[in-house]
Ligand binder design. Sequence first.
Ligand SMILES: Cc1ncc(COP(=O)(O)O)c(C=O)c1O
Length: 392
Amino acid sequence: MNIPLIDLKRQMKALEKELTPKVLEVLYDTSYIMGKNVLSFEKEFAAYIGAEHAVSVANGTEGLVLALKALGIGQGDEVITTPFTFFATAESIAQVGAVPVFVDVKRDSFNMDPAKIEEKITDRTKAILPVHIFGTCADMDSICAVAKKHGLLVIEDACQAAGASYKGKKAGSMGDIGVFSFFPTKNLGGAGDGGMLVTHDESLAVRMKAYRMHGSGENGQRAYNDIHGIQEEVKADTSKDNTVYNPLKYYNYLIGHNSRLDEIQAAILRVKLPRLDEWNDRRRALAKRYNDALEDVLTVPRYKTDEGAIYHLYIVQSEERDKMTKKLGEKGIATGVYYPVPLHLQKAFGDLGYRKGDLPVGEYLSERTFALPMFPEMTEEEQDYIIESVRA
Ligand SMILES: Cc1ncc(COP(=O)(O)O)c(C=O)c1O
């Protein structure tokens, strides 16, 4: 039996009757940039997360950069984050000229250890950037408490956590800004790149809207005034179809980006969003089956915040990872190593001066963790085959 780590074809097949006409509709409508699907999807996503504002962007990495910029983080500032994550988390910090400061993680949740944050705070620290890794929320109560005590901002990297929750609150809704990715393999994935920023703060939403579109137009002007403390009435754009010709587009107030969510992606994501909870429930049920069947042979993910985890990836730990993944591969079962190099030891961050041994838990995990197949459409028969093979 051949079982991939994630099978996007099955989801496509199940949704093809709905997706195909939506995509064609966009093609014939021709409002390809910031069209009605993008605007509606932003509203629907904000309502789903329980945030006041949602600002769509081109991808999660750009989302992180725009979030940092909107919060005024730049050259020389320090941002505390985790080493056990995808590169983009810390890359975005470096992109804005700030310095990522890594705090070790916890063995059970793979998430930032809040007890280790305070010792890393300096007078240059501006923010904490926790990641809800693999779809399990970081310990947000403790992280937000440290942030509040030291007057720091909180950016949640919820790129792997669309629909995850922590004590009843959705991932992305607990910090100053939450950042999501719609990379195709994510629990809510498009047919290409995509991302979203959420916040309860209107002025941050305006800044992010300005930065995603060349710092131009009404949002550019509002953001400029806000940043410079200028009190002035900003005239709304009254042009009827601003996708064809919007004169305000050519007035630029800030140095921004071109980072918009594609209209076709928005149309696709609008079909998928109403199914997200059901898919996440299915992932949780599969994770429970894996846990119950494998806990005596592997270290399985038994998170404290279990109920809210959405198992973007199902990660186990083994002393014999290489042997295990090789044998599983021979049986047709795909596995993946997340993450083989903790970020503080990545070559790209060599000039930060970290050494092996500095963050022992992240390093320990990077030698033992790997993912078993996990996607909502996986059958129990397939899962039983994986379980049998792992046990063998
Ligand atoms: C934790 C984390 N942060 C950031 C990103 C970046 O998202 P994107 O690939 O959409 O740029 C990803 C995803 O790939 C991620 O997993």
